[in-house]
Write a protein that binds this ligand. Structure first.
Ligand SMILES: [Zn+2]
Length: 393
């Protein structure tokens, strides 16, 4: 392992300008309250945030078609339907849509640059993670795909094996689409089963294009999946694939809409489970990518009770300042939240009070989640020279 050079946190209040307006669920208050909670707990003490520049057209053009970028630019002024998925209830047009979206991309590029230039081993852009945006259209609250742009940039700046792990409750379809034919990028998405949740893709049989078979990996989980089952499925599939693929950098989309209270989806994870996932991702980066870990946010729509606590744990994990789940939620922070929403019942501590211990998969079919574990391993593992039926692989 090389010398550690610390962690970078990308932040600028201007990132709150990615605001889809009205009562749209993707409300930037979740970022603002995360930063406030992190500061209140001392997580960001002594951390000088990296302020991003908006990504230029050449960088956005790594992933997106020029006609789409032009449509994003002109949409706020246009009195006609500009198409490309814009102006829908999921992706409403808003003022400065291009500029705000370009700044989110710039945030993930700044994080990628910190790692590529050796200024940080880990870098996080909580405003990023807009994994649904497609080359020619907006989708699922996402205008530009900052994850894909950052990965593309890394491929041109010293890295040729990149693993992307997506733990958002929705399938990471945009990132998978962009790199499905590229054998240099392994995309792995764990998500709620496509038969039960938008966007309806992400089945086990999506394995990547002809020259890149096995570099798209999907782990569809049943509604109601809890922490222990999620972690069992993750550990039965992901570490082995990383060991076989040998990535140089780990890129993770850390959406928290897997939480049991999330209003848009039906998995049943907890903040304690999220914290365990972040610690696992950090361990994997230490083990497989010499600590290089690029972190993005993502979904998460329980704006007051869940996202700020969960992403504070994410920042704390990135900064090696792990917060015990028994830690009290600071009174000042709670007061701020109650000013926004007087009726909210806030949790008193930083966890949900659950045990996240899980049993590792042992090769059999003892639990319901073992069916998808078997299906994923049988579809993907042979393509990486791994034995799907041997739990040591
Ligand atoms: Zn999501």
């Amino acid at each position: 392992m090389g010398d550690r050079v610390g962690a970078a946190v990308v932040w600028d209040p201007a990132l709150l300008g990615y605001d889809l307006g009205g009562d749209h669920p993707f409300n930037p208050v979740r970022l603002e309250l995360t930063m406030r909670l992190s500061r209140a707990l001392g997580v960001l003490d002594g951390v000088e945030p990296v302020a991003p520049e908006p990504a230029g057209d050449a960088e956005i053009g790594r992933v997106h078609r020029p006609d789409y970028v032009a449509a994003v630019r002109e949409a706020p002024m246009a009195s006609w339907d500009v198409g490309h998925g814009l102006g829908t209830s999921d992706n409403p047009v808003f003022d400065q849509m291009h500029a705000a979206s370009a700044l989110v991309v710039g945030g993930s590029l700044a994080a990628a640059r910190c790692i590529a230039e050796g200024r940080a081993d880990r870098a996080v852009n909580l405003a990023g993670g807009l994994h649904h945006a497609m080359p020619d259209r907006a989708a699922g609250f996402c205008v530009y795909n900052d994850c894909a742009v950052a990965i593309s940039w890394l491929l041109d700046n010293g890295f040729d094996r990149i693993a992307y792990l997506d733990v958002d409750v929705h399938h990471g379809d945009g990132v998978q689409t962009v790199f499905s034919d590229d054998p240099r990028v392994l995309t792995v998405s764990l998500h709620q089963h496509p038969a039960t949740l938008w966007p309806g893709t992400g089945s086990v049989t999506e394995l990547g294009g002809p020259g890149a078979q096995g570099t798209s990996v999907n782990v569809p989980l049943s509604p109601g999946t809890k922490d222990a089952e999620w972690l069992r499925a993750f550990h039965a599939t992901v570490p082995s694939l990383l060991g076989a693929f040998r990535p140089q950098v780990l890129v993770t989309q850390c959406g928290v809409d897997t939480h049991v209270e999330d209003p848009l989806a039906d998995l049943a994870l907890t903040v304690d489970g999220h914290r365990e996932i972040y610690r696992t991702l950090r361990d994997l980066a230490e083990q497989y990518t010499d600590g290089k870990w690029l972190v993005m946010g993502g979904g998460g729509y329980e704006l007051l009770r869940v996202v700020p606590r969960s992403w504070t744990h994410l920042l704390a994990t990135v900064l090696d300042r792990d917060i015990p789940v028994e830690t009290s939620v600071p009174v000042d922070w709670a007061t701020t939240v109650r000013k926004l929403s007087p009726d909210v019942v806030l949790p008193s501590v930083m966890g949900d009070g659950v045990d996240v211990a899980f049993q590792r998969w042992g090769g059999g079919r003892e639990q319901p989640v073992d069916t998808v574990i078997r299906d994923v391993r049988r579809a993907v593992f042979p393509l990486h020279g791994l034995d799907p039926d041997d739990p040591r692989d």
